[in-house]
Design a protein around this ligand. Structure first.
Ligand code: UDP
Length: 240
């Protein structure tokens, strides 16, 4: 096996990333999904164990889309949206020859396995990719927090935060052309400076469990492999 820095990782892919360039970042672009799946297959072939948490923002984002809905109900819709993405992702991965299991944080046993930690770990050990749907299974949380939670539960070496942006910036590069990319940053500084990379619950959970968070652009899915090999392409959140 080629030298890889990480053996078991949790890949977080936002819903927005799955929409590609679609207007309003809505829906699923299957070409994008296929290009990500091809790289995931390469990683699995190299012996990396991969768990995936998918977002749902390409279909529904809690109260951002639900307006004055009751929050819990709007979040339930968001969790259902992550399941749609998980099923699509599973299908595309299978077409690439990857063995996949979808596990949901809210039981939907006609369409997927319920989330069971030891079962998930067993799948990973057998070289299967596990897609964790429904986030944490609880309202008031995000799929970033789900990524940190599942990463801790499966003892992942790192969280791979695949984004539409190529790293962490000191201000929003869309609004400030002078924004500077940060190569590495402490969890506490992400929290203190309220950087928008992931929400504070997710950052705290990663910090408390000492799991490095590697942030990079998913536009080029080969970045997943580069990050696994230890190349510094995006930004790293860690202890130092
Ligand atoms: N969600 C939730 N609990 C979770 C994870 C997600 O209630 O543990 C809901 C929440 O409404 C959220 C939506 O699902 O807005 C989609 O998830 P998220 O916004 O994290 O997706 P992403 O931005 O990564 O596509």
């Amino acid at each position: 096996m080629e030298t890889l820095k990480y053996k078991r990782v949790l890949l977080k892919v936002s819903g927005e990333a799955l929409a590609g360039d679609a207007e309003g970042h809505r829906g699923i672009n299957f070409d994008v999904l296929e290009s990500i799946a091809k790289v995931v297959r390469e990683c699995v072939d190299m012996g990396v164990q991969i768990g995936i948490v998918v977002g749902g923002g390409n279909f529904w984002r809690g109260l951002k889309d639900g307006g004055d809905m009751e929050r819990t109900r709007a979040d339930h819709m968001g969790m259902l949206a992550t399941t749609i993405n998980a099923l699509a992702f599973a299908d595309v991965l299978e077409k690439q020859g990857v063995v996949v299991r979808v596990q949901t944080g809210i039981d939907m046993n006609k369409i997927a396995e319920p989330y069971i930690r030891l079962k998930a770990i067993r799948h990973l050990e057998k070289g299967r990719v596990v897609i964790f749907a429904c986030g944490t299974g609880n309202p008031f949380f995000s799929t970033d927090t789900a990524a940190a939670l599942r990463a801790a539960e499966i003892n992942a070496d790192a969280i791979l935060l695949a984004k539409n942006i190529d790293g962490i910036y000191d201000s929003d590069p869309a609004k400030n052309p002078q924004a500077k990319k940060i190569e590495s940053i402490k969890y506490t500084d992400v929290l203190k400076n309220r950087l928008q990379v992931m929400d504070s619950t997710a950052t705290s959970l990663s910090m408390d469990n000492n799991i490095p968070v590697l942030v990079f652009a998913i536009k080029d899915p080969e970045n997943i492999l580069k990050v696994l090999k230890g190349e510094h392409i995006g930004s790293v959140i860690g202890e130092e």
